[in-house]
Design a protein around this ligand. Sequence first.
Ligand SMILES: Cc1cc2nc3c(=O)[nH]c(=O)nc-3n(C[C@H](O)[C@H](O)[C@H](O)COP(=O)(O)OP(=O)(O)OC[C@H]3O[C@@H](n4cnc5c(N)ncnc54)[C@H](O)[C@@H]3O)c2cc1C
Ligand code: FES
Length: 283
Amino acid sequence: MYRIIQTETLAPTISKLVIEAPLVARKRKAGNFVIVRATPTGERIPLTIVDSDPEEGTIVIIVQAIGKTTHIISGLRAGDHFEDVVGPLGEPTPVSDFGTVVCIGGGVGVAVIYPIAKALKAAGNRVISIIGSRTRDLVILEDEMAAVSDELLVTTDDGSYGTKGFVTDALQKIIDGQGNPDAVYAIGPLPMMRAVANVTRGPEIRTWVSLNPIMMDGTGMCGACRVTVGDELKFACVDGPEFDAHLVNFDELIARNRTYSDPEKESFEAWKNSTETTDCRHQ
Ligand SMILES: Cc1cc2nc3c(=O)[nH]c(=O)nc-3n(C[C@H](O)[C@H](O)[C@H](O)COP(=O)(O)OP(=O)(O)OC[C@H]3O[C@@H](n4cnc5c(N)ncnc54)[C@H](O)[C@@H]3O)c2cc1C
Ligand code: FES
């Protein structure tokens, strides 16, 4: 059992949870994730370890409620608990002193890029961050990203905050105004990561993305998370989740991630309409 110490709503659909998980907190590195199960009969889903406190034995996760399990997790409160928290999983982010690095987060991807930007800054890089969301309400971790960045740009699709436009517009402006950065890390929806790869491919800027295929066991055994990278088959849970953006077959991954969209919708609707309770709640 993994006790929840604290929760906070960051945006209408996005929640932060601090969870007691001492072994994970001690070992995790930037880029690692956990696979959690909220209830004894619940599904296992992957979530990035956003931060940790090895002394307190806690980790931070940030979750966007998009389907059944993420809604259940978003409804948990301090004192509730997770049935399982397995990790740290995945290969840590390749971090070294590249020079100037642009870190791009889109939507809840900002939660995933934050530990990477923090690690890159600590390694001595000049970090320029771009965080983008559809609208002002969905902007998260602005202060935290500013604290680990030399420069922070915020974009919203509707122009309600920061600069109107996509993160790729801001990236292109940086390239045009300041020259090519030494590396780019981009994490967000798959079409966003594909668009960033298309911007950096021509000028040959090394670019990493964090892939989010369906995951089940997280140990390289089930094959659910297979992705094609440079014509090679990779398992995102053990070989990734970060890969060279210019080698990723995004079209294949987008199509694979849609495989279960009908059953996922049915499962969410059935859960919403049921009286099912989250049996990890104490009250
Ligand atoms: C390495 C990794 C790190 C992630 N980190 C975060 C994070 O920090 N915060 C966050 O909000 N989300 C994160 N995700 C995505 C998160 O796992 C999915 O949003 C979640 O599984 C959706 O489950 P659901 O039941 O609520 O939604 P569903 O309605 O079941 O699914 C909605 C969509 O979520 C994805 N999904 C569903 N089940 C899984 C699964 N078992 N594994 C992977 N994706 C799935 C699919 O694309 C699906 O179309 C991460 C995914 C990966 C692979
Ligand atoms: S999640 Fe099963 S092999 Fe990666």
